[in-house]
Design a protein. Structure first.
Length: 648
């Protein structure tokens, strides 16, 4: 096949431009990215050859080699892993598959300084392209395991790349960088310096479980021509290369055998995150089912946390051999942001997902990991409240999904939840703290769901609670609409929506004989109005009744205790499910002059059409006050205009 020239996809081109004119301060990481790719390629080959014994691949000495040519000023990272076919090179190297890239590029352009840019690049893991920070030409030579034909890809990163087939290519991938001249100002070395390479590998890639080899310092200065010649070959078979990483799996080391920095590097390798994790969790279980786990709680949520099919962050190893990424059997969906490694002793190397799903030990392990993650968060609440606040801000919405899916952990999850509250504008509260502040005689934990704090606070349902200074939790995440339907209590206290059912202002009035008598009187007074309005608005509402939750507004709409709220209904509808229509309840404020007048008018005149329209308007206003939609807005506007006109 002749050499073909291709253009980079637009996003890829933009990204490359940024790499070339590097706004990125820490260029060393290009090596980490290449080694990380090589390590993945070795993992893939090992797995594929376990599953397919006809692959015909050489798996006898899987490793990564770093080769330096001082004269040509090139640096090569070579692996004998899975390699890529011609088509794969076109697909994987010429384009950027990640859909978040456009957004990333946009944010990168906005980034104020190099530190910002570093953070962003870390979050997106630009991988292979980072080579262009240090190289003015990159060549990738690769042959897929089991295939005979190789492929050569070359580019200077300026707009186009070429691809051609190549013969006699060793299995795996070699990426060769023609290094840019060393920066004069701040660089006393360049990337051909062995000590520098060793240092970078030690810092970023020490835990890689494959050997990373490099030829020793050429003995050229010492004068033996042969050994100097050895290092100039195309690598692979150099005599006496040195393994420059320790390969020791971090998770099997004891606590004092590993530094925090090392843990963080492993985290980066797994997560492609530039920031340090919030927490590192180590676990070790012995006995019939032995395993090590090293889990991380990230400091920020990834872009795609709520994208369907988002990958889970936990990798499975068996006896220190990488088995699979994205192991959803090990950690529940609602903890999908947890990153890390689980290394089990007693599984077979070719364990499949189907087997994992049925394995009793795996299920037990998953429960333990879940428990440990939740207890770590709990400890964070008391031990490091700031860190907890960050965690909750980033991941609270996801954790709350567990209230619906993980029955067994409900209490543990509720215990680490915090919610916005009327008690404090800035600081969320836990349920326990709420309970400790409950008023004498208050029996329920009150909450209201809604779109925003402002929308909830302005809703008429809150009036009586505000007047009596009863704390209400303000639940504004979509998932809140759902879990509050399923969970009715915490630590013996009932959870109750202020917008549903009877206000239930906790017996206070019951104890007060005077108030009780007053209520009875009102009931009598309004009985006629309520009966008439209930039948007049019967198409729209289930019932019209007196309210104990209003102080200022004339009326409000509430849902019946077990009925679906409008927000939940629209969520179901957005998912394509339709629910049977449910009517809601109109509550009237007996102390409001408008309601009083309505009552008098109804008693005097019986129902004429004027009164009927007034009732409609009261209902419409109640709907508008909670941010709801009118069935016939133009009719409402017309009725309103007529009345206004009459007042002028
Ligand atoms: P990422 O590693 O984040 O996916 P890269 O741009 O670094 O992004 O690589 C893109 C893809 O190219 C990889 O996902 C992998 O499929 C392939 N690739 C890169 N390097 C190698 C390699 N050394 N061996 C085999 N495939 C590779």
């Amino acid at each position: 096949m002749p050499t073909e020239t291709f253009e980079f996809q637009v996003e890829a081109r933009q990204l490359l431009q940024m790499m070339i004119h590097s706004i990125y301060s820490n260029k060393d990481v290009f090596l980490r990215e290449l080694i990380s790719n090589a390590s993945d390629a070795l993992d893939k080959l090992r797995l594929e050859s376990l599953r397919d014994d006809t692959l015909g691949a050489d798996v006898s000495d899987l490793h990564i080699a770093i080769e330096v040519d001082n004269d040509a000023r090139t640096l090569t990272v070579r692996d004998n892993g899975i390699g890529m076919s011609y088509d794969e090179v076109v697909k994987l190297i010429g384009t950027i598959a990640n859909s978040g890239t456009a957004k990333f590029l946009h944010e990168l352009k906005q980034a104020q300084d190099a530190a910002d840019a570093d953070n962003l690049i870390g979050q997106f893991g630009v991988g292979f392209y980072s080579s262009f920070m240090v190289a003015d030409e990159v060549t990738l030579l690769t042959r897929r395991a089991g295939e005979s034909q190789g492929t050569r890809w070359t580019s200077t990163g300026e707009g186009t790349y070429t691809i051609e087939t190549a013969d006699d290519v060793p299995q795996g991938t070699a990426v060769t960088l023609r290094l840019k001249p060393a920066d004069t100002e701040d660089q006393l070395f360049d990337y051909t310096a062995r000590w520098k390479i060793k240092e970078i590998v030690k810092r970023y890639s020490d835990f890689i479980t494959w050997p990373i080899r490099m030829a020793p310092e050429p003995a050229a200065q010492a004068g033996t021509d042969e050994s100097a010649a050895d290092t100039e070959g195309d690598g692979g078979d150099q005599p006496g290369p040195e393994t420059i990483n320790s390969m020791k799996a971090l998770w099997t080391r004891s606590k004092d055998e590993a530094t925090e920095d090392e843990y963080h590097e492993l985290y980066r390798h797994i997560s492609h995150d530039w920031m340090d994790p919030l927490e590192t969790i180590r676990m070790h279980a012995e006995g019939t089912f032995e395993y090590h786990a090293l889990l991380f709680l990230p400091a920020h949520a990834p872009q795609d946390l709520f994208t369907r099919g988002q990958k889970h962050g936990v990798q499975l190893y068996v006896k220190r051999v990488f088995i699979m990424d994205d192991c959803e059997e090990l950690i529940p969906e609602y903890l999908r942001f947890v990153k890390g490694v689980v290394d089990a002793q007693d599984l077979s190397l070719n364990v499949s997902r189907e087997i994992l799903q049925q394995d009793r030990h795996i299920q037990l392990m998953r429960r333990r990991l879940t428990k440990k993650v939740l207890s770590t968060v709990k400890d964070m609440m008391s031990g490091n409240p700031d860190r907890y606040a960050t965690f909750w801000k980033e991941f609270g919405r996801v954790v709350k999904e567990g209230l619906l899916s993980d029955y067994e952990s409900r209490d543990a999850i509720l215990a680490v939840c915090s919610f916005a509250t009327t008690h404090d504008v800035d600081k969320p509260t836990t349920l326990q703290q709420y309970i400790e502040r409950m008023k004498e005689g208050q029996e329920h934990i009150f909450f209201m769901t809604g779109e925003s704090r402002a929308a909830i606070e302005n809703s008429p349902h809150m009036e009586a609670f505000r007047a009596r200074e009863i704390e209400v939790l303000l639940l504004t995440d979509p998932v809140d609409e759902v879990w509050v339907e399923a969970i009715t209590e915490f630590n013996g206290k009932q959870l109750r929506s202020v917008a549903k059912g009877e206000a239930g202002l906790d017996g206070e009035d019951e104890k007060d004989e005077e108030a009780k008598a007053e209520r009875e009187k009102q009931k009598e007074k309004y009985a006629g109005l309520l009966t008439w309005m209930t039948s007049h608005l019967g198409e729209e509402v289930k019932e019209v009744r007196l309210s104990s939750r209003l102080t200022v507004s004339p009326a409000c709409i509430v849902s019946d205790t077990y009925d679906v709220t409008p927000a939940l209904r629209s969520m179901y509808e957005a998912m394509g499910q339709s629910l049977p229509d449910t009517k809601r309840i109109l509550e009237l404020n007996p102390d409001h002059p408008l309601i009083d007048s309505l009552c008098k008018a109804q008693a005097e005149r019986e129902a004429d059409s004027d009164l009927g329209e007034a009732a409609e308007l009261v209902h419409g206003m109640a709907l508008l006050a909670e941010g709801g939609e009118l069935k016939d807005p133009s009719r409402f506007a017309k009725l309103m205009a007529d009345r206004l006109q009459r007042t002028l």
